[in-house]
Design a protein. Structure first.
Length: 605
C-alpha cells in the first residue's frame, strides 16, 4: 500500500505478485487433506486477491460520484493502513485476511460496480479495518467510527459496545506513542483502550491434542460473520460459550485421534467460527469471500461439529483453487442435478459438492467403527451409505462431460477413486436399499420441480392420445429444459420416514401408530413397503390435486421400475405430469397410471 493523497492510490512500482503451484499440488489437493505448506500457498493467493480488491475499491470510488467528504475519509483510512503496513506488514496482512474483511470487500466492489455505483452505506468498515491495524501496530492516528447496530467492530482486535443511554453515535479513537485511547462522548474523558468497560477483545479458543493445535476465533459480534448483509451482534451467554468450547475440545480430540490429516489441515486453514444460535438443525455454511470461516449451528454434537468443520473447509480450499486453476469451461447457464441439493446447480456447484462430500464419506467410513451405541452405528451407517450413494450418482453424470478441463477431469477422477475405496466398507442391505429409494424419490421430485418438457413432443402425445393411437417415441430434440422452480411442491414425509425406519426403529413405530400432521396415507404405506396401497393412495391424491408434485413423485417411486408405467414415470415424470394436466382440461377423466403405461410402451427399454 502506498500513502498517496490523490483521489486514488498511485502505482507503487512494485513487481506484480504471481502465484505458481508445484506440479504435485493438484494431485495432493484432489486426494483429500493438504499439508500446512500447501494451505499456505492458497492463503497467500487469497491475500493477493484481497489487496487487489482493496486497491480496486480505492480506484473505483472517485469514479462513482461519491462526495468529497467520503473520499477524504477513505483517503485517511488508506493512509493509516499504509503507515501500519510500513511498520508491521504481518499485522496488516492478518487484518486483511480476516474472513469478514473478504466479505466486506466483495460486497463493496459489487456495490461500486452495480447500477448505482454506491457503496457509501458500508464504507465505515474500511475505517474499522484501518483502526484495527493502527491499534495493533501503534502507528499514530485519530479516527471517528460510528456505532453500527450498537457496536464498533475492529477485526482481529475486538468490539466496543455503545453504552446504555449514550448520547453520541460515534467513538473517537486515537493512538500516540503506542498507546490507544478512546472517547465515547464529549462529556467523558479519554480511556485507555484496553481499560474500557465497553471493550471486549476478540474471543479466541485454543485447543491442543497430541501436539496438534487449533486456534480459532468464536465470532458472535462481527456484522459480516454469516457472509451476507450486516447483522447485529448476538452475544453468547457464558453457558453457551462454555458449551461451544467443550464441543470444540471434544471435536478436536476426535479429529486428531481418528482423522489427523484433516485435523492438520484445519489447524492450518480454519480461522473463525460463527455460531448460529437460533437454528435447531445441523447447519453449516461457508463463503467464497470468507476464506477459512465457517458459520455453524450450536445445537450439534462433537461428532457433527467435527464433520461440519472438515466439510466446510473443503469449500474454502476449492474456492481458493478456482482462482488459480480452471476446472470447467462452457458453464454458461447450464444447470445440473446435485443429489444433495433441491435446486439445480451450475457445474462449479456440482464440483464443490463432489469435493466436499468426498471428505464426508471418508469421515464416516472411519466413524462407523467408533465404539458407541447401536443407535450411533445405525446413524453412522445411514449417513455413510447415503453420501456415498449420492456421490456415485453425481460422478456418473459428470465424469464424461466435455465442460471439464483436464484439471477438472482429474479432480472428478480422484474423487471417484476415493469413493471406490470406500466401497470396501459394507453396510446392511436394508440401509443400501433405503438410501437408493430416497435418492430416487429426490431425483424424481427434482425433475418434476425444475424440468420443462419439450412442448412439441407434448403436443404430439396429446394428439396421439386423443386419436387413440400409440404414443410416438421421443427423439433427441424432445429432451426437457431445466427451468429452476418451474413448479412448486409441498413437503413430503417419505424421506424422513424412511430414514427414521433405519436409524430409529422405535420412533418409526411410534409415527406409524400416531401419524403426525403432514404424514399422508401414501407416505405411510410406502415406508412400510405396501406399494400397492401406496400407489392407490397417491393416485387418489392426484385425482383430487392433479398438480400435486409430491403425489406424482410418490406414485413414481411406488411403481415397479420394469413396468411400462414405472418406466415412463421414472424416465420422464415431467412429461407425464404436463400431458396429464393438459388432457384433464380436455376430457377430465384420464387415468394417470393408464396414461403412464401408454407412454411407457413407446419408450426404449
Amino acid at each position: 500500500m502506498s500513502g498517496s493523497t490523490s483521489a486514488a492510490p498511485e502505482k507503487t512500482g512494485r513487481a506484480i505478485t504471481t502465484h505458481r503451484l508445484p506440479a504435485s499440488f493438484l494431485a495432493e489437493f484432489c486426494s483429500g487433506p493438504i499439508s500446512g505448506e500447501s494451505m499456505g500457498l492458497l492463503t497467500r493467493s487469497v491475500h493477493s486477491q484481497r489487496k487487489a480488491m482493496l486497491l480496486a475499491v480505492m480506484r473505483e470510488l472517485p469514479a462513482r460520484g461519491h462526495s468529497a467528504d467520503v473520499l477524504a475519509d477513505v483517503e485517511r483510512s488508506w493512509a493509516v493502513l499504509s503507515a501500519a503496513e510500513r511498520a508491521r506488514p504481518d499485522v496488516v496482512d492478518d487484518v486483511l485476511m480476516h474472513p469478514a474483511t473478504g466479505v466486506w470487500l466483495v460486497r463493496t466492489l459489487r456495490s461500486l460496480l452495480g447500477p448505482d455505483g454506491d457503496a457509501g452505506s458500508e464504507l465505515w468498515y474500511l475505517r474499522a479495518i484501518a483502526a484495527a491495524a493502527a491499534i495493533r501496530t501503534g502507528v499514530p492516528f485519530t479516527m471517528v467510527l460510528p456505532f453500527v447496530r450498537g457496536v464498533v467492530c475492529l477485526p482481529t482486535v475486538g468490539v466496543i459496545s455503545q453504552p446504555p443511554g449514550a448520547t453520541s453515535q460515534f467513538v473517537e479513537m486515537h493512538t500516540s506513542a503506542g498507546c490507544a485511547v478512546l472517547r465515547l462522548d464529549s462529556e467523558t474523558g479519554a480511556t485507555r483502550f484496553e481499560d474500557s468497560d465497553d471493550f471486549l477483545p476478540v474471543q479466541q479458543h485454543r485447543v491442543s491434542a497430541s501436539g496438534i493445535d487449533l486456534v480459532v476465533e468464536i465470532d458472535d459480534t462481527n456484522p459480516y460473520r454469516e457472509f451476507a448483509d450486516p447483522i447485529p451482534p448476538r452475544r453468547m451467554s457464558a453457558a453457551q460459550r462454555t458449551r461451544w468450547q467443550h464441543l470444540l475440545d471434544d471435536a478436536w480430540e476426535l479429529l486428531v485421534d481418528r482423522h489427523p490429516g484433516y485435523a492438520r489441515e484445519l489447524a492450518a486453514g480454519l480461522r473463525t467460527i460463527a455460531p448460529i444460535l437460533d437454528d435447531r438443525r445441523m447447519v453449516g455454511s461457508s463463503s467464497n469471500a470468507a476464506f477459512g470461516a465457517v458459520a455453524l449451528s450450536s445445537k450439534v454434537s462433537a461428532t457433527a461439529l467435527a464433520e461440519a468443520l472438515v466439510h466446510e473447509l473443503q469449500h474454502s480450499k476449492l474456492n481458493a483453487l478456482l482462482e488459480l486453476v480452471t476446472l470447467r469451461v462452457g458453464d454458461a447457464g447450464q444447470r445440473w442435478y446435485a443429489p444433495w441439493r433441491d435446486d439445480p446447480r451450475p457445474l462449479s456447484g456440482l464440483l464443490h459438492g463432489l469435493y466436499a462430500f468426498a471428505s464426508v464419506v471418508e469421515f464416516w467410513r472411519l466413524q462407523r467403527d467408533q465404539a458407541g451405541t447401536a443407535a450411533y452405528r445405525r446413524e453412522a451407517d445411514y449417513v455413510f451409505a447415503h453420501r456415498r450413494h449420492q456421490l456415485r450418482q453425481a460422478i456418473s453424470a459428470i465424469e464424461s462431460t466435455p465442460d471439464l478441463t483436464e484439471p477438472g477431469s482429474r479432480l472428478v477422477a480422484e474423487v471417484s477413486r476415493r469413493v471406490a475405496r470406500c466401497a470396501e466398507a459394507s453396510v446392511p442391505a436394508e440401509v443400501t436399499e433405503t438410501v437408493a429409494l430416497i435418492e430416487r424419490d429426490h431425483r424424481v421430485t427434482w425433475r418434476l420441480r425444475h424440468v420443462r418438457p419439450d412442448s412439441g413432443y407434448v403436443d404430439r402425445l396429446t394428439t396421439a392420445w386423443l386419436h387413440q393411437r400409440p404414443a410416438p417415441p421421443p427423439v433427441a430434440a424432445s429432451d426437457g429444459e431445466v427451468v429452476p422452480f418451474l413448479r412448486s411442491t409441498t413437503a413430503s414425509a417419505r424421506t424422513s420416514l424412511l430414514k427414521t425406519k433405519i436409524t430409529d426403529p422405535d420412533r418409526f413405530r411410534e409415527l406409524l401408530a400416531q401419524p403426525s400432521h403432514g404424514v399422508s396415507e401414501g407416505d405411510v404405506a410406502f415406508a412400510t413397503g405396501d406399494l400397492r396401497q401406496a400407489t392407490a393412495a397417491y393416485v387418489d391424491k392426484i385425482l383430487h390435486g392433479p398438480t400435486d408434485v409430491s403425489a406424482w413423485a410418490g406414485l413414481t417411486v411406488s411403481m415397479a421400475a420394469r413396468s411400462p408405467e414405472g418406466h415412463a414415470l421414472r424416465t420422464m415424470p415431467e412429461v407425464v405430469f404436463d400431458l396429464y394436466n393438459r388432457l384433464l382440461d380436455m376430457d377430465g377423466s384420464t387415468d394417470p397410471v393408464g396414461l403412464a403405461g401408454w407412454l411407457g410402451a413407446a419408450l426404449p427399454a
